[in-house]
Structure formats: C-alpha cells, structure tokens
Ligand binder design. Structure first.
Ligand code: BEZ
Length: 304
C-alpha cells in the first residue's frame, strides 16, 4: 500500500463517486477503479457498499477513511517540516574588507537577515586577495571589497563608486574650503594612508590617484588601519583620505570635507563564483540595491 492508494481512496469517499474523484485527481476512471480494487484485495475486505448510489463506505471503509486522512495530513506535515529544517541549515558566508563595516555593510546584512530569516549568515573579515582564494576554495559564497582584482574563476560586479573625503584637524586652514578640496591642494601635506598589512590595498589605490593626476606627494605615511590614521589626524599630525562612509567615525577635532577631483572615488565590488546565480545570491543583490534606494545612493544595475 502506498500513499497514492490512500489519496485515491480519500478522493472517492469525499466525492462519493469514482467519476468525480477521477476528475479531481486528473486520472482516468478505469485505473482509479483498479487501484481501489487492489487496495481492497490487499486488505482482504470491502471498503465500499457494492451498488450504493451515491457511493457509501462500509464500516471498515469508514474506519480506514478516518485514518487515511490523518496519515495523509501527517505526510504533508513531515514534508513541509523537513523542507523547513533543510532551509534553516543553509548558510551564506560573506567575506568583507574592514573599511566596508563603516559604510552600508551592516545595514545590508541586517536587512538581508530580516528578509531571509531561514538563512544562517556568517561574516568574515578578509582582504580582497584572500576573498578570491576563499571563494575558489568554497570557504565563502560572496566577497565585498574595493580592489579591481580579476580572476577567471570569479565574477566581480561593481556595486557603486563611493566618493572620497579628506579628514582634517579642526584647526587646518584647508577647512575654509567647505565645499571641498582637490588632490593638488593636499599634495604637500603629510598624508596618512592605510592599511599597511597588505598590498595592493586602499593605500595603493590612493597613491595611484595621485600619480594618475601627475602629482607626487612626498610625505605619505602608511599606518596599520583607519582608526590609527584618523587618530593621527585628530592629533594634528596630518590629513587622511577616506571613503565617504568613514565619516561615521567621529573623534574630537576631526572634520571631513569632500575630495572634488572626478577620479576621487573608491569602487565597491561584490564578487561571487562564476555561474553562482542561486536565489540567495540574487536576493542579496536585491537587498544591496534596496539599501541604496533607501539611502538615495546612485548606482547602475545594468552591470550585473
Ligand atoms: C556599500 O557601502 O555600498 C556596500 C558596503 C558593503 C557591501 C555592499 C555595499
């Protein structure tokens, strides 16, 4: 006896007719009648009163019907519970470069958690190079970073170009330029860049901005991380270039003004394995753009 037999039997009882039950089940009547006969033969009893119109169950048939309904509903429950458990155990692991934590990463991840409550989300801080290796080895499913590093095994999507700002001490004369400054205005300053532990990095990207603008700053100081760089600025030691989102780091005497050069942007990339177009990745993309809409951030989604 299979679940199919129970489903057929329940339909015949509820419709009180083989013809109507066959229509409801989308099968022909002869195979339906045969299945019910097989069931009766297996049980060795009659389930329907012969010749009754409308069709009536025997006492044994009524007993069998009540338990068959229960069994079918249990089977449905098992199916949906198993699916749910399977979903709870799905995990998406995201690698990210530290500087993105000051920007929209936390908002995006929080919204994604709300929209995908069945997904386990894990965050791991790593450099862009480490992200590519981890993607290839299956240790992460998506990477967020700022560097234009290509690899044939991964697909890199430009999410947006984040504007850059200059962090200055409150006493710095350049603060008079409220609307912002150009790279040429800061080339002779003591410029703090970060991070120092890896190459290429955000520091390398900023140095390229100067060289592409034919500027040669003589006083670049590369420190371990952004907090250290901004701490030096707050102490009046120099200035620092940061992504706009780093404005959320507030220290006494620390001020931010825009960097106005057209090239003064830092890209933000989302990197995935080639061909990895699952629902979780697609809904993560959607979530990023929903946050951009909420924050009125411009983007070009045609790049996906
Ligand atoms: C953003 O600031 O645009 C961003 C940060 C982390 C992940 C994705 C986007």
């Amino acid at each position: 006896m299979e679940l199919r037999h129970l489903r057929y039997f329940v339909a015949v009882v509820e419709e009180q007719s083989f013809t109507k039950a066959a229509e409801k089940l989308f099968i022909a009547q002869p195979p339906l009648s045969r299945q019910i006969q097989n069931l009766e033969a297996e049980l060795g009893i009659q389930l329907f009163e012969r010749g009754s119109r409308p069709l009536k169950t025997t006492e044994a048939g009524q007993f069998f019907y009540l338990h068959a309904v229960k069994l079918l509903s249990n089977a449905e429950e098992i199916k949906s519970m198993t699916k749910r458990i399977g979903m709870v155990e799905r995990t998406i692991t995201m690698g990210f470069v530290g500087s993105l934590l000051y920007g929209l990463l936390s908002k995006i991840v929080y919204l994604y958690r709300q929209q995908q409550p069945h997904l386990k989300i894990e965050l791991v801080e790593m450099t862009t190079m480490q992200q590519i290796k981890a993607l290839k080895e299956g240790r992460i499913d998506v990477g967020f970073g700022r560097l234009r590093i290509s690899d044939p095994a991964v697909r890199r999507v430009l999410l947006r170009e984040e504007p850059l700002m200059v962090a200055l001490h409150a006493s710095h004369p350049l603060l008079a330029n409220k609307e912002g400054v150009y790279l040429s205005d800061i080339v002779d300053e003591s410029v703090f860049l970060y991070p120092s532990h890896t190459q290429p990095s955000f520091a390398t990207q900023m140095q390229s901005l100067f060289s592409e603008s034919n500027l040669d700053p003589q006083n670049i100081r590369i420190v371990r991380e952004i907090q250290l760089a901004l701490g030096f600025v707050a102490a009046g030691e120099g200035i620092c270039i940061v992504p706009e989102s780093a404005r959320s780091i507030q220290l006494a005497h620390l001020n931010y003004i825009p960097l106005l050069d057209e090239c003064a942007v830092s890209p933000i990339f989302m990197t995935i394995r080639n061909m990895d177009e699952g629902d979780d990745i697609r809904s993560l993309f959607d979530c990023v753009y929903q946050v951009y809409d909420l924050e009125a951030i411009k983007y070009d989604r045609t790049m996906i």
